[in-house]
Ligand binder design. Sequence first.
Ligand code: ASP
Length: 468
Amino acid sequence: MSEVSERVLSSKVSDYVGKKVTLKGWVNIRRDHGKLIFFDLRDKDGLVQVVVIPSSSGKAYEAAQDIRPEYVVQVLGKVNRRPEGTINKALASGTVEVEAEAIKVLSASDTPPIDVTTDGLEIGEDLRLKYRFLDLRRSRMQDNIRKRHKIIKEIRDFLDKEGFIEVETPILTKSTPEGARDYIVPSRLEKGKFYALPQSPQQYKQLLMVAGVEKYFQIARCFRDEDTRSDRQPEFTQLDLEISFVQREDVMEINEKLLIYLVKTLYPDKKIQKIPFPKLSFKEAVEKYGSDRPDLREDKDDPNLLAFCWIIDFPFFEKTEEGGWTFTHNPFSAPEPKYMEMLMKKENVGEIIASQYDIVLNGFEIGGGSIRNHRPEALEKVFEVMGYDKKTINENFGHMLRAFSYGAPPHGGIAWGLDRLIAVLQSQETIREVIPFAKTGEGRDLMMESPSIVSDKQLRELGLKIGK
Ligand code: ASP
């Protein structure tokens, strides 16, 4: 009998009927059937059933007595067709089983604090997050992280073909006004000064347009220090994108094309309710559905139905509690062209409509973007409406105004909340199910136990003192 000494994965075992193969992986479930011992061996591709018979397997049988769930083992055995009636159609290896001849324990396991053989939804989430390295072993979570990889890969391939390039932008950057609180990082070399973690790469991507990149994207990590919300994470991932020489409809069109491509390529069982995606004005959406992210699904019980829609024509400014004005979405947005004059004159600012577009899926806002103010004097007007004086504008946005004074192309873009999109596509209840190392709703990493205190020495070096 020929022997295959290099490792064979569970998904490929059925190609080796009648041969001896080596398997490596985790003991998923072990079942003692009187004399026979069965266990499922789990690897990255799935499960394969191993059977240990006392008479034919000698030492293997002794070894099998000791192995327990989550042990890492190596099995040498013969691939047999399963008897009719015991075929398991749910497994790639379901037509075969491996009769063990030798079993070697590569690594033992303590009794796992959580069951990894179920979908895990019956387990308290704190425990799952604390033992995330175990939690990720379950097939539902493996599917989530593997599909996440595929989605990101397809995005990259699609955009590359469309002439985009991916450019990394800094994580240590400067505080920007994007509506949320910044995470800040103290500078050791310049005591008393701070970097901020990016709420999004907004300014850098616009500077890349000034730099002549024309078609940029990035799978970008963003950080927002927001108050506890059950389905928010302090750090999350965006597909961030920016294009030069475009109008609102161009950006919407390429994004729509990409979303349709992803669903058709990776989720052929899912149905997009309406193509092209419906477009609703903010006013229409609120009047008709009472929300600017309406769930337009005709059948809400159908997990495979995807109802995308665009929301456009948002008001640019809204009143602040103090009676001034602030932006509704993004201070870098341009107004819709016919409102440009109103902005320049700072007249009837409550009526100015922004070039903003949001993309909504099944009631979730999965992205948003706009055409930008590429003329420095228009951008300056936005800040003036918001009540910033010249000095503040210069301190905070001098670099943008300066850049825009050296030939900035008209440009616009969008960012998707990738975690949310993946959660919807994977039919998962929360974004934590599709973020491999998620934090709790309170922003804690229960596995690493962060945030955590740092040593006095570290604080001293940074010139920091913790207040009472
Ligand atoms: N930077 C914006 C955001 O994170 C998206 C955009 O306008 O491109 O919401």
